[in-house]
Design a protein around this ligand. Structure first.
Ligand SMILES: Cc1cc2nc3c(=O)[nH]c(=O)nc-3n(C[C@H](O)[C@H](O)[C@H](O)COP(=O)(O)OP(=O)(O)OC[C@H]3O[C@@H](n4cnc5c(N)ncnc54)[C@H](O)[C@@H]3O)c2cc1C
Length: 235
């Protein structure tokens, strides 16, 4: 609707999905594409619920869905870092059948996905073994009704394996693999380990300067945010 209101798109046909009940189904690790942020706020895995609570306003959260967030493929989509941190897959359906695409094969660029023109997102599929702890946070120009300048999820398992996923710092959601590797090998990260972790996150991302922020601020904020999220996971 935002695109249509700005005259960027004039679709010839519009298909309403709100009454397709199957898309609202949520069974265990399979979350239907039409599950709203409102439902995710209450029942989602911790970091996804945290992300849901930051999306827009109550009105937006009552209407907005995880499937719409994915299909938009905005670099600032707040649902994306959790899916990247958890290595989730996207289930796509068309007349030809159903297929699952891993998150890193789904996002192909700014507002670009590998979804074919005749495909619909039917669900998000999370792995069975979600990390023991996972935390989301975002930085924006205010605390509510704000598009992320940087958003991130850090997850950590009891054996130390850590994942770090960020949004708004590259054309697609990304993982900070060097930072992950470094911190996963440290059983009890010291303050200097955590500072090095933040430095690696800041160095690895690919932010740009745009109307929301500068490249320099995004690098700084991403490092600080991920260090704080790691510290929450370590408590
Ligand atoms: C005021 C405002 C504040 C917002 N704040 C945030 C925010 O803080 N964080 C954030 O991440 N987003 C935000 N958004 C963006 C948006 O509302 C959310 O990303 C929402 O989750 C989109 O879901 P939707 O169901 O409303 O999708 P729609 O807006 O209805 O659709 C978006 C696109 O996805 C396609 N689509 C929808 N469902 C499917 C499907 N199942 N399969 C294939 N394609 C599909 C549509 O065709 C369309 O191209 C905001 C939007 C507004 C207007």
């Amino acid at each position: 609707m935002v695109e249509a209101n700005f005259g960027h798109t004039r679709p010839e046909h519009i298909v309403g999905l709100r009454r397709v009940e199957e898309l609202k189904e949520w069974q265990g690790r399979r979350i239907g594409a039409a599950v709203t942020w409102r439902r995710l706020e209450d029942d989602g895995p911790r970091a996804l619920a945290q992300a849901a609570r930051t999306v827009g306003s109550p009105q937006i959260r009552n209407a907005g869905t995880i499937g719409g967030n994915l299909a938009t493929a905005s670099p600032a989509g707040d649902g994306h870092p959790f899916l990247a941190a958890a290595d989730a897959s996207i289930e796509l359906i068309s007349a030809a059948g159903t297929r699952q695409v891993r998150w890193d094969d789904f996002f192909t660029g700014v507002k670009q996905t590998s979804m074919a023109a005749d495909e619909l997102i039917s669900a998000v599929v999370l792995p069975d073994d979600l990390p023991d702890r996972h935390e989301f946070a975002k930085v924006g120009v205010r605390n509510a009704m704000v598009i992320s300048t940087v958003c991130a999820v850090v997850s950590r398992r009891d054996d130390g394996r850590t994942t770090v996923a960020l949004g708004s710092v590259a054309p697609t959601p990304i993982r900070a693999r060097q930072a992950e590797e470094m911190i996963s090998s440290v059983a009890r990260p010291s303050p200097s380990d955590r500072a090095e972790f933040a430095r690696l996150v800041s160095a690895e991302i690919r932010p740009i300067t745009d109307h929301r922020s500068t490249e320099e601020y995004r690098r700084h904020a991403a490092g600080v945010l991920c260090r704080r999220l790691l510290e929450r996971c370590l408590r």
